[in-house]
Write a protein that binds this ligand. Structure first.
Ligand code: MTE
Ligand code: LUZ
Ligand code: MOS
Length: 763
C-alpha cells in the first residue's frame, strides 16, 4: 500500500519546471478585460467626491464601477457581514476598495485607476492596539473569558512566593505566498451563469460572495481551483472579496475579467497575521511551579471582524502552551483599528498565545534563577490533566518527545559549549533553547469540521477523485490520492485529482486548520469503501487480472462506480457560555532545540543549529510531512526574528498615516536560503499511532510553526550572556520579532547607553 510511503508530491515535476498552471497562467478568453482597484488613501475618512473623468478617457478604458453599481448586496463578511464590497461613504483603512476599473491591459487598468481623484474629509484614526485599548475601540460582542480555579484567591492566599506582571508585544506577519491573489471570471449562457477560476483556500466562499453581490442563486455560480501558490491562511477569507470585485464588471459588461494583484497591492489590501498584546500576572513558587495565571490578550483585527474572533479564541485556547496551571483567568478582546482586516495565518492565534506563555516562562526562570528548560519540565501537563477550557489530556507524547530531543541534541553539552564560547568572546555570543508545543486539531467552530468527496472509477480502472480541499503546496492531493489508491489496492499512478470545484463537492469548509488530510482523507475513504462494497459481489465471483478488468465487468453489470463520501469529526464541541468543552479532536505535539550566534555590535544573528521533532502518529507521507515541518519552522523563524511590518504614523515624514511602508521584498524581509539553520535536523516520533484520525496519522501543517520560537529564546539566551558582562542579570523584555535593532539595543554596553532604549520599543 502507498499510505505511509514517502511518495513524491504529485505535481512536483510540473512545479519545478514551471509548467504547472496557476490562475494567472490560464489563457484568457477573447474579449477579456483586466481589472485594477481604486483604493482608499486615508485610514479613516468621509468620501466627499469621486472624480473619474480622467480615468474614463485614459487608454484602453472599458468601465468603472462603484458601490452604486452593485446589483446584489454591497455587504460582505465570512461570519458577520460588516464589510462593504465597495466603500460607499466612509473609508476605514488605507487600501480599502472604493471601486474597480477595467481596461484592455493590466497596465492600462492600473493607469486608469490612478487617474481617479477622490476628495476626503479626514476623521480620527486608530492606528495601534494601544490606541484601540485607550479609546475603547473594539469589535462588538467580542469579549471572551475562560477560567479555571480561582486566580484572585490564589494571589491573595499567600501560596505564591512571587507574583510578577508584564506585557508582551507580538508582531504581525505578511503571508507572502509566492502567487498573489488572482481571479479569472466570466459569464456563460447569455450572462445568466457565472464561472470563475480563483487562487483561494475557499472556493465555496468565492461562489457565495459572487452570488450575493450579483444577486444570483449559488447554483448558478461555479468556482474552480486547481492549485494555489501558497495560501498560509491569507486566502482563507481575504481572497473572496477580490473575486466579488472582479465579478461586478464581468457581469455588468458580460465579458471575462481578470484581477491579479501586484505584490505591493496584495500586501497593502489583504491583511496579515494579527499582532497581539498580552498583559500577564503570574504567581509561582520558588521552585518554579506556576500556581496562577491572570491574562488579558488583545488582537489587532483591523477594520472588519473577518475571522478575528476565532483567532482570538484559538489564542486563548493555546495560552497555556503545554503547562499545567491550577488557577487561570484569560480575558480576550478584539481591537477595531483602521488597518486592512487581519486574518488567518498558519497557527491562527495559537502561536501568539503560546509565545506570550513562553515569555512569562522565561521570566520565571530568571526570577527563580533556574534554566527555562527546568521551569518548563516541572510545569508540564500530564496524562489526565484538565485544561483551562475543560478538555482532558489523553495520549500525551509530550514527555517522550521532549526527552528524545534533549538526548538527541545533547542539550547539556550544547549548553556547556555555549558557555565556554561566551567566556572567550566579547562581541559574539551564543545561546540555546528548547521549546515544546501542542496544537489543537479541529476548527473551533464545530460545524466547519465536515468534508465531502466524489470518487469516480472509470472503465479503464483509473480513478478520478474530487474533494472539498485545495492543494496549496502542502501535499494534500498527494496524501488523499494515497488513501484512495490504498483503499482500492491500485498504484498511486491510477488515481488522479484534477481540481477543486464547487459544482462537484458543495459547501466545503476552507482548506485550513491543518485538518484537511484528516477530513478529506476520511471522506474519500468513505466513498472508496462504498464503491468497493458494490464491486465486492463481482470481485468475489470471478478472477480479474487487474482492477481495470474488474471495473469494466462491474460497468457491464450496471454497477454504479461513482460515490459521494462524507465525514464529520466525532466527539467535539465547545460551549462559550460555560467556557468548557472539547474543542479539539486531539493535539499534535512537538519540540525544538535551537542554537544561535549573535553579533552584539550589529544585532545580526544566525541559527547554527535547529533540531525539531514532531509526533505525527503514523505519518501518511513522511517525505511531505518533513517538508511541512521544515517550511513551517523557517516561516516561523521569519515571524520571530526577521519580518517586521511598518506603517506610516504621525511621526513619519514620508509615509502617510496608516499606509503600509513595508509593501515588498525590498523592505520586508522573509527568510531566504541564508536564514535556514546551518544544521537542520527534523525527525518524527516513532511508534505513536493516533487512533483519532485517518490511518492513525496526525495533522502537520500548522503545529511546527511555533517551534521557531526556540530561535527567539536562544537569541534571548545569547543576549543574557552579553548583558551579564555589564553586570546586568535581571529580566528584560524582548519584543517579537527580535530584529537586529532590538537585539543590538538589548545588548547593553557603552555604546547603547548613548541612546534612549525605549525608542526601540515601537508601538
Ligand atoms: N504548505 C504550503 N506549501 N503552502 C501553504 O500555503 N499552508 C499552511 C500549511 N502548509 C500552506 C502549507 C496552512 S496555514 C495550513 S492550515 C495547512 O497547510 C492547510 O493544509 P492541510 O489542512 O492540508 O494541512
Ligand atoms: N480557521 C477557522 C482556522 O475558521 N477556524 C479555526 O479554528 C482555524 N484554526 C486554524 C486555522 N484556521
Ligand atoms: Mo491555515 S491559517 O488554517 O490556512
Amino acid at each position: 500500500t502507498t499510505v505511509g510511503a514517502p511518495e513524491v508530491h504529485l505535481s512536483s515535476k510540473l512545479q519545478v519546471t514551471g509548467e504547472a498552471e496557476y490562475t494567472d497562467d490560464v489563457p484568457m478568453p477573447p474579449n477579456s478585460l483586466h481589472a485594477a482597484l481604486v483604493l482608499s488613501r486615508k485610514p479613516h475618512a468621509r468620501i466627499l467626491e469621486i472624480d473619474d473623468v480622467a480615468a474614463k478617457s485614459s487608454p484602453g478604458f472599458a468601465g468603472i464601477f462603484f458601490a452604486k453599481d452593485v446589483p446584489g448586496t454591497n455587504k460582505i463578511g465570512p461570519i458577520v457581514a460588516d464589510e462593504e464590497l465597495f466603500a460607499s461613504g466612509i473609508v476605514t483603512c488605507v487600501g480599502q476598495v472604493i471601486g474597480v476599473v477595467v481596461a484592455d491591459t493590466h497596465e492600462n487598468a492600473k493607469h486608469a485607476a490612478r487617474m481617479v481623484h477622490i476628495q476626503y474629509e479626514e476623521l480620527p484614526a486608530v492606528l495601534s492596539i494601544e490606541d484601540a485599548i485607550q479609546s475603547n475601540s473594539f469589535h462588538p460582542n467580542t469579549e471572551k473569558c475562560l477560567r479555571q480555579g480561582d486566580v484572585e484567591h490564589c494571589f491573595f492566599s499567600g501560596q505564591c512566593d512571587k507574583i510578577i506582571e508584564g506585557e508582551v508585544l507580538v508582531g504581525g506577519q505578511e503571508h507572502f505566498y509566492l502567487e498573489p491573489n488572482s481571479t479569472l471570471i466570466w459569464t456563460t449562457d447569455g450572462g445568466n451563469e457565472v464561472h470563475m477560476i480563483s487562487s483561494t483556500q475557499a472556493p465555496q466562499k468565492h461562489q457565495k460572495y459572487v452570488a450575493n453581490v450579483l444577486g444570483l442563486p449559488m447554483s448558478k455560480v461555479v468556482c474552480k481551483t486547481k492549485r494555489i501558490g501558497g495560501g498560509f491562511g491569507g486566502k482563507e477569507t481575504r481572497s473572496a472579496f477580490l473575486a466579488a470585485v472582479a465579478a461586478i464588471p464581468s457581469y455588468l459588461l458580460n465579458r471575462p475579467v481578470k484581477l491579479t494583484l501586484d505584490r505591493d497591492i496584495d500586501m497593502m489590501v489583504t491583511g496579515q497575521r494579527h499582532s497581539f498584546i498580552g498583559k500577564y500576572k503570574v504567581g509561582f513558587r520558588n521552585d518554579g511551579k506556576i500556581l496562577a495565571l491572570d491574562l488579558e490578550i488583545f488582537n489587532n483585527a483591523g477594520n472588519s471582524l473577518d475571522l478575528s474572533l476565532a483567532v482570538l479564541e484559538r489564542a486563548m485556547f493555546h495560552s497555556d502552551n503545554v503547562y499545567e496551571i491550577p488557577n487561570v483567568r484569560i480575558k480576550g478582546k478584539v481591537c477595531f483599528t483602521n488597518f486592512p482586516s487581519n486574518t488567518a495565518f498558519r497557527g491562527f492565534g495559537g502561536p501568539q498565545g503560546m509565545l506570550i506563555a513562553e515569555n512569562w516562562i522565561q521570566r520565571i526562570s530568571m526570577e527563580v534563577q533556574k534554566s527555562p528548560e527546568e521551569i518548563r519540565e516541572i510545569n508540564f501537563q500530564r496524562e489526565g490533566s484538565v485544561l483551562h477550557y475543560g478538555q482532558q489530556i489523553e495520549h500525551s507524547t509530550l514527555e517522550r518527545l521532549w526527552n528524545e530531543l534533549k538526548a538527541s541534541c545533547n542539550f547539556l553539552s550544547a549548553r556547556k559549549e555555549v558557555e565556554q564560547f561566551n567566556l572567550q568572546n566579547i562581541w559574539k555570543k551564543r545561546g540555546v533553547a528548547i521549546v515544546p508545543t501542542k496544537f489543537g486539531i479541529s476548527f473551533t467552530a464545530k460545524f466547519m469540521n465536515q468534508a465531502g468527496a466524489l470518487v469516480q472509477v472509470y472503465t479503464d480502472g483509473t480513478v478520478l477523485v474530487t474533494h472539498g480541499g485545495v492543494e496549496m503546496g502542502q501535499g494534500l492531493h498527494t496524501k488523499v490520492a494515497q488513501v484512495a489508491a490504498s483503499s482500492f489496492g491500485i498504484p498511486l499512478s491510477s488515481v488522479f485529482i484534477s481540481e477543486t470545484s464547487t459544482d462537484k463537492v458543495p459547501n466545503a469548509s476552507p482548506t485550513a486548520a491543518s485538518a484537511s488530510s484528516d477530513l478529506y482523507g476520511a471522506a474519500v475513504l468513505d466513498a472508496c469503501e462504498q464503491i468497493k462494497a458494490r464491486m465486492e459481489p463481482m470481485a468475489s465471483k470471478h478472477y480479474f487480472g487487474s482492477f481495470a478488468e474488474l471495473a469494466y465487468a462491474c460497468y457491464m453489470e450496471r454497477i454504479d462506480l461513482s460515490a459521494h463520501g462524507f465525514y464529520k469529526t466525532p466527539d467535539i464541541g465547545f460551549d462559550w457560555a460555560t467556557g468548557k468543552g472539547v474543542p479539539f479532536r486531539y493535539f499534535t505535539y512537538g519540540a525544538a532545540f535551537a542554537e544561535v550566534e549573535i553579533d552584539t555590535l550589529t544585532g545580526d544573528f544566525h541559527t547554527r543549529r535547529a533540531d525539531v521533532i514532531l509526533d505525527l502518529g503514523f505519518s501518511l507521507n513522511p517525505a511531505i510531512d518533513v517538508g511541512q515541518i521544515e517550511g513551517a519552522f523557517v516561516q516561523g523563524l521569519g515571524w520571530v526574528a526577521l519580518e517586521e511590518l511598518k506603517w506610516g504614523d504621525a511621526a513619519h515624514k514620508w509615509v502617510p498615516p496608516g499606509c503600509l511602508y513595508t509593501s515588498g521584498p525590498g523592505t520586508y524581509k522573509i527568510p531566504s536560503i541564508n536564514d535556514v539553520p546551518f544544521k537542520f535536523n527534523v525527525s518524527l516520533l516513532k511508534d505513536a499511532p493516533n487512533d483519532k484520525a485517518i490511518h492513525s496519522s496526525k495533522a502537520v501543517g500548522e503545529p511546527p510553526f511555533f517551534l521557531a520560537s526556540a530561535v527567539f529564546f536562544a537569541i534571548k539566551d545569547a543576549i543574557i550572556a552579553a548583558r551579564a558582562e555589564e553586570g546586568l542579570t535581571g529580566w528584560f523584555p524582548l519584543d517579537n520579532p527580535a530584529t537586529p535593532e532590538r537585539i543590538r539595543m538589548a545588548c547593553i554596553d557603552e555604546f547603547t547607553k548613548l541612546f534612549i532604549d525605549s525608542h526601540f520599543r515601537p508601538k
